[in-house]
Design a protein around this ligand. Structure first.
Ligand SMILES: O=C(O)/C=C/C(=O)CC(=O)C(=O)O
Ligand SMILES: [Mg+2]
Length: 227
């Protein structure tokens, strides 16, 4: 991993691989029978394009037509070296570090896609749908399975979870994903959100963090093309 500047993982990344339904409390709040989903043998995987990334100073912009935009705070894993068919017991060697990320979701459009059996590409992959924070080196977060992830909207705490509650662990996810999709340095894996997701409106300010290691603050803006 030497020689690469992972502080700039957004520039290195070729993809964002996202995990869904990795916290039983979020599965429950979305209306599923938590026990059923939590005992699923395999994680739910979807992708966001790198055009979804934004960093501090940019705004989260409603996608066209969306009337119900949700925040989902997540621990992001930043991949440090090419990973293909990596066994679980070696997977942590492929982690350069972590970041805080928001999996912004056009919930109304995702609900429609779910009903129609269509993919979540637009509801979750629109421009600005993946705000990310500062890079956390792997040695700064020794136990990624025991850290608070939190999200506030206009100063009010909406999500307050811990990665202890992830159903699928960091090494399991790297191993599982890399069986199907080769991961490259800078790629980011979003590890799923805990309960508390809720709607935001234009003008809101979303703050989020992984403990006090990586924090972000983003303003939400309306989409001038549509309203
Ligand atoms: O199935 C649903 O209603 C929603 C699922 C998600 O949005 C999955 C995630 O992105 C997540 O769990 O973080
Ligand atoms: Mg998510």
């Amino acid at each position: 991993m030497a020689g690469r500047n992972f502080e700039k993982f957004v520039d290195l990344a070729s993809k964002i691989v996202a995990v869904g339904k990795n916290y039983a409390d979020h599965i429950k709040e979305m209306g599923y029978a938590a026990a059923t989903a939590a005992t699923k043998a395999e994680p739910v995987i979807f992708m966001k394009p790198t055009s979804a990334f934004i960093t501090q100073g940019q705004k989260i912009v409603f996608p066209p037509g969306c009337k119900n935009l949700h925040h989902e705070v997540e621990l992001g894993i930043v991949i440090g070296k090419q990973a293909r068919r990596v066994p679980e017991n070696e997977a942590m060697q492929y982690v350069a570090g972590y970041t805080v990320a928001l999996d912004m979701t056009a919930r109304d459009q995702q609900e429609k896609a779910k009903k129609e059996g269509l993919p979540w590409t637009l509801p979750k992959g629109f421009d600005t749908s993946c705000p990310v924070g500062p890079f956390i080196r792997a040695d700064q977060l020794v136990d990624p399975h025991n850290v608070q992830i939190w999200c506030k909207v206009n100063g009010k705490l909406r999500q307050d979870g811990t990665t202890k509650d992830m159903i699928f662990s960091v090494p399991y996810l790297i191993s599982y994903i890399s069986r199907y999709i080769t991961l490259f340095p800078g790629d980011v894996i979003l590890t799923g959100t805990p309960a508390g997701v809720s709607a935001v409106v234009a003008g809101d300010v979303i703050e989020a963090g992984v403990g006090d290691l990586s924090q972000i603050s983003f303003e939400v803006a309306r989409n001038d093309e549509q309203q």
